[in-house]
Write a new protein. Structure first.
Ligand code: HEM
Ligand code: HEM
Ligand code: SF4
Ligand code: SF4
Ligand code: SF4
Lengths: 401, 390
């Protein structure tokens, strides 16, 4: 390879037991100028304690407004290999399952046109190809899309939806997270590839409240599996857990948030009517306990990172919705939610922020979901209420109050 | 060479083609799973079929060479099937028990790290840092490597009261959404970015720069054909730098890292929680950030020693109280000026009382709005001086 950089600081990060990203960069640097100069520039960052990247104007592929993040070195003379260092987001398959054949195909194309470095995976879930030049983008897109791979979302658009491993390998999945994610990604192709939203919009789907994809914290729309029936108890397995040393009173009974479990040393009882379906007991005694009855999803909205008015966690909008193919009801609801946001948001406002500004009433009335106590932490604590005339007609004059 | 015909809007390939036959057969019909050791578990289906998973650490940045090597291993022991987790680990999916030991042996031989399952530290979710991000106030991959080297045993073998989820974000935009992690590191710029007026006038689009600022700190400077920044309002987010490289957000002397603790995302036992500020500032010390690493380890081990079984870091802190948390960890509780920045985009407050917005920018108490999620708090320069020990 042409120019080899001395990297004494980065070499430090090849020591120690944890797998080293520096080793990965060096492997790629054997074959690629981009990776080689990327390594050189990174060493300089470590030495001077600052980054040297510029965000670039709009780069992308014809007909798409996203999927490629433009990146340029601010030191192109010193590190010409990374004068362009764009990333390409490839939409990952649901649940991040691959065959080795598919992975090799991805690698072969990438070695041809880019740095040979990847992120498996990016924060939104995409398979990220790290570092290529503007003039390669069309070729990259043709090669990948002709083999069935499409770009992910970026900018003010729908972002690539993602999900937990779900029914593919988890006994707790109440919904088919993989199928929902695949179906919704297909449903929103236009919204994903052509940014026309006020800001980003993320959808994440988890099969249960354990939430292995952080849907509740990292998605504007969080779909989380839940159930309506009882928790079925296998008392023999309960005894096995006790025999193996589990202190059932301390670890299960006392930690149930609704205090609806009791145990007398022989029999475990759950008052299902009071259970909030938090998953603690089930997750700790998976052989003994399992949810039964009707399965479906809770729909929550609003979570986001702190920029700008503070972080939000998603909160419940629809406590229970059936989530079975062809997902007609779910799709219609999501379209409505996005429509309201699109109409009411100023640029760079996420849906959670817009609901806080406009109020739940405006939002719920538009999407056609009735108010429900599951949507709130607690009712308002002051009596400053704006009544609408219709409220008297529809509710209070009806005689119940 | 002719390129193949491009296709648009086809979406991702259907996942079904990537599922191993045993998963297709038992899809949605798993009965239970058991942890076999720190990095191996077995899922048992209602049919009695068993699927073993061997989880392996990854630096997330992977070269095509390594991906091919992983693929070779998966071909040998997993019929060519594997997956990745939401925390960037690699999972080898084994349907034949006879392959399990040889797989583990080969992985160890080749230097792979098996672990991350159960009540342990899993891989650190992180952002791009100096490797690729324009606004980064630190390097994310470097920090992750330094921390995981130190916490290595907590990934492979040692048990904790519950899972501990770590995350690193290289600026306050938090692409990695670190805001709900047990221990979160977030890199900060701490100074108002200086403007190179000559360049700004030439290379930047003034209206775009003004619009980029989330706190509306930027206004036109017609005399210089540039912009000016209201220092009172700036919270050093770097959004202006994104659209205008002449506004230099990087400052090697004052960029650094804060540690936040006690967040979680699952709803088990208690509601999901945000991470809260524990240590406001560390100077960047590449390549290994020894003070940050020591502080993370101290928080982790204090938690491990004092928390009850199944308590997450945040649940433990809520039970014992923050005062006790600071006492047990020995973290100095320093003075950070929390300034709520009213959002200029929040119309409700403004429409009712325009003055309030101006007023609150200069330090209206946090409780005023009754909801701390409305506010963004920034860590002032003072914090750097007050907490020199870190
Ligand atoms: C420094 C920042 C802020 C301060 C100091 C502040 C202060 C206040 C105060 C004093 C009130 C009246 C509280 C009461 O009636 O008890 C209020 C109400 C309100 N603020 Fe803010 N505010 C801030 C930021 C925001 C932001 C960013 C938003 C919206 C995104 C917001 C939305 C509201 C709303 C919706 C109300 C009315 C609450 C209600 O009617 O229940 N505020 N704020
Ligand atoms: C026409 C509009 C308003 C009038 C006439 C008004 C009047 C007053 C008065 C007289 C007080 C003092 C009460 C006392 O002595 O206990 C007060 C307090 C207060 N007002 Fe308003 N107010 C108005 C609008 C607002 C708005 C829009 C907000 C916030 C969004 C607000 C937030 C507050 C708060 C937080 C206090 C309590 C201050 C404290 O505890 O020291 N006010 N207001
Ligand atoms: S979120 Fe629930 S269903 Fe999905 S993988 Fe995690 S535990 Fe299983
Ligand atoms: S799921 Fe949660 S609330 Fe329900 S019984 Fe179990 S621990 Fe209690
Ligand atoms: S750093 Fe952020 S807050 Fe400060 S002027 Fe720039 S955009 Fe505004």
């Amino acid at each position: 390879m042409k120019k080899k950089y001395e990297t004494p600081l980065l070499d430090e990060l090849e020591k120690g037991p944890w797998p080293s990203f520096v080793t990965e960069m060096k492997k790629a640097a054997q074959k690629s100028d981009i990776a080689n100069d990327g390594l050189g520039q990174l060493e300089k960052s470590f030495r001077t304690k600052r980054g040297y990247w510029k965000h670039g104007g709009i780069v992308g592929v014809l007909g798409y407004g996203g999927g490629v993040i433009g990146r340029y070195s601010s030191l192109p003379e010193e590190f010409p290999g990374v004068a362009h260092n764009h990333t390409v987001r490839i939409n990952q398959p649901s649940g991040w399952f691959y065959t080795t054949k598919a992975l090799r195909e991805i690698c072969d194309i990438w070695d041809k046109y880019g740095s040979g470095l990847t992120n498996l995976h990016g924060s939104t879930g995409d398979l990220v190809l790290l570092g290529t030049r503007t003039e390669n983008l069309e070729a990259i897109f043709a090669e990948y899309s002709s083999r069935g791979w499409d770009l992910g979302g970026s900018g003010s658009a729908m972002r690539t939806p993602s999900c937990c491993v779900g029914p593919a390998r988890c006994e707790w999945a109440n919904i088919d997270t993989l199928d929902i994610t695949y179906t919704l990604t297909q449903e929103f192709q236009d919204e994903l590839h052509r940014p026309a939203f006020p800001y980003k919009f993320k959808i994440k789907t988890a099969g249960c409240a354990v939430d292995c994809v952080a849907a509740i914290a990292r998605a504007d729309l969080s779909i989380i599996g839940t159930w309506k029936g009882k928790i079925q108890i296998d008392q023999n397995e309960v005894q096995n857990y006790a025999k193996k040393g589990m202190n059932i009173n301390a670890e299960i009974v006392n930690m149930c948030p609704t205090q609806c479990i009791s145990y007398d040393g022989k029999t475990l009882k759950i008052d299902d009517a009071e259970c909030s379906r938090c998953m603690h007991c089930i997750a700790k005694m998976t052989k003994a306990l399992r949810p039964t009855g009707e399965k479906g999803a809770t729909i929550l909205v609003g979570s986001k990172a702190p920029i700008v008015v503070g972080s939000l966690l998603s909160w419940v909008i629809v406590p229970f919705i059936k989530a079975e193919p062809p997902y007609t009801e779910l799709k219609a609801l999501i379209h409505k939610i996005i429509e309201w946001w699109d109409e009411n948001a100023k640029p760079r406002e996420r849906i959670g922020e817009v609901i806080e500004i406009k109020g739940m009433r405006s939002f719920l009335e538009y999407i056609g979901v009735p108010p429900h106590p599951a949507q709130i932490k607690f009712p308002r604590k002051d009596p400053f209420i704006f009544f609408k005339d219709e409220d008297f007609e529809k509710v209070y004059k009806k005689g119940k109050y | 060479m002719a390129l193949p015909q491009r296709k648009t809007d086809i979406g991702p390939p259907n996942y079904e083609q990537f599922l191993p036959p045993i998963i297709k057969k038992n899809y949605g019909k798993w009965k239970y799973h058991e942890e076999l050791n720190g990095g191996t578990m077995v899922h048992v289906a209602e049919s009695g079929d068993k699927l073993w998973t061997v989880r392996v650490a990854s630096p997330r940045i992977l070269s095509t060479d390594t991906i091919r090597e992983i693929s070779d291993i998966a071909d040998k022991y997993c019929d060519g099937y594997l997956r990745f987790t939401s925390r960037n680990n690699i999972e080898f999916l084994v349907s034949n028990e006879k392959s399990l030991e040889p797989l583990q042996k080969e992985l160890k031989q080749k230097g792979y790290t098996i672990g991350g399952i159960g009540n342990r530290v899993s891989n650190i979710v992180h952002t791009q840092g100096w490797v690729h991000c324009h606004g980064a106030a630190t390097d994310a991959s470097g920090l992750v490597k330094a921390i995981m080297d130190e916490l290595f045993e907590y990934f492979t073998t040692k048990k904790l009261p519950n899972k501990v989820r770590l995350a690193v974000a290289c600026c306050v935009n938090m692409c990695g959404a670190v805001h709900c992690s047990d221990i979160a590191l977030v890199a900060l710029h701490t100074k108002v970015p200086p403007i190179d007026h000559d360049r700004a006038g030439k290379i930047c689009e003034i209206p775009t720069v003004i619009a980029s600022c989330p706190t509306r700190a930027i206004s036109p400077d017609p005399a210089r054909k540039s912009v000016k920044i209201n220092e009172e309002k700036c919270m050093y987010c770097g959004n202006c730098f994104t659209v205008c490289p002449a506004i230099e957000i990087h400052n090697p002397e004052s960029d650094g890292i804060a540690i936040m603790v006690g967040g979680k995302v699952g709803s088990l036992r208690s509601n999901p929680k945000f991470s809260k500020l524990a240590i406001p500032f560390f100077y960047n010390e590449p390549p290994r950030w020894p003070k940050v690493v020591a502080a993370v380890k101290n928080i982790l081990e204090t938690y491990a020693k004092h928390a009850r079984k199944h308590e997450r870091v945040g649940e433990w802190i809520e039970r014992i109280g923050w005062e006790k948390f600071f006492k047990l960890t020995g973290i100095e509780f320093t003075f950070v000026e929390k300034v709520l920045i009213c959002s200029p985009d929040c119309h409700s407050c403004e429409s009712r009382n325009p003055e309030l917005i101006e007023f609150t920018r200069t330090g209206f108490p946090l409780k005023a709005c009754g909801n701390d999620t409305y506010g963004y708090f920034r860590v002032f320069q003072q914090a750097v001086e007050i907490a020199p020990t870190y």
